[in-house]
Write a protein that binds this ligand. Sequence first.
Ligand code: ATP
Length: 337
Amino acid sequence: SLSSPAVTLTPPPSLPQKPRWARMDSGPATTTAVPLGHKDKLVVIMGATGAGKSRLSIDLATHFPSCFEIINSDKMQVYKGLDITTNKIPVPDRLGVPHHLLGQFDPLDGELTPAEFRQLAGQAVSAITSRRKVPMLVGGSNSLIHALLVDRFEPGVDVFQDCAAISSELRYNCCFLWVDASLTVLADYLSKRVDEMLDSGMLEELAEFCEPEDDDLAIRTGLRKAIGVPEFSRFFKKYPPICESQKARPDDPVRRGAYKEAVRAIKDNTCQLAKTQIAKILRLRVAGGWDLQRLDATEAFRAVVTSEDDDGKRWSEIWQKQVVEASVKIVKRFLEQ
Ligand code: ATP
């Protein structure tokens, strides 16, 4: 069901000086403080990779018909390509809800910086509010969420690394929903999800994308940083993709071992990403005082990882009750304010 066109990307030897999306008026880096009541409303769905942010965004958008348009804030999903590897929500699953900054940029144009994201997503917010709809920011890249939301943004400062203060002054009236789950349960789910992604064609997608000669982490930019690319580039270097399906190869135990090792590395790195993302979210909440409302999806994910769940029915019931209904209440109150 993925609308993934055949990915035939050949990254250039060097990146262009000025990416396409950077050729625009950069505008002021800061804005003047506006009282909360006059700020545009924005719903933000945060959470670690795999926590169900996209699913919740569609659940909410369908509960409040024609109310929301979604702006993606996953730094890998802004690019075209690697739809399976980066877990972009497939077009049929979007149920007609408009999405912005999702699969829009050519990775060959260079890396989209947080400052550029602030500007482009800011324009999307203005366009959506001018249509009398509410923007919903959805994605796990906390550096992008921070860049868009803070009143005063300093390009080049990594607020999560440099022990910089996190501002509580935001330029929109935000309702923050944080979808969270116990890390042990989430880790089991993420491992299962990687297996499902491989079943859906992740290896074939990466075979088209990766350059076997290039496994130098230092020169990776943009989409080439996506989890799956470095891990399988190393694999393809030893076992270059062949024209027919990888599965048609004779079963070589050494190759099978290298494949398993790549899959294990993807699972480990995905788990590590989830941990880092949760730490960043906590930092926004604690150091920045951002009013994040935590929704616990642990029981829902436990239902997915235990085998008793028949066709996801149990998962769906728990998700609906513990995550969707709780979010609907919060969002309803926010919209009525
Ligand atoms: P950082 O500043 O560390 O990049 P961030 O908050 O800006 O953090 P994250 O979303 O946490 O961004 O992404 C960090 C890294 O995790 C990316 O550079 C990439 O390697 C990996 N990553 C993030 N999202 C995805 C995704 N959708 N698919 C694959 N890999 C991803």
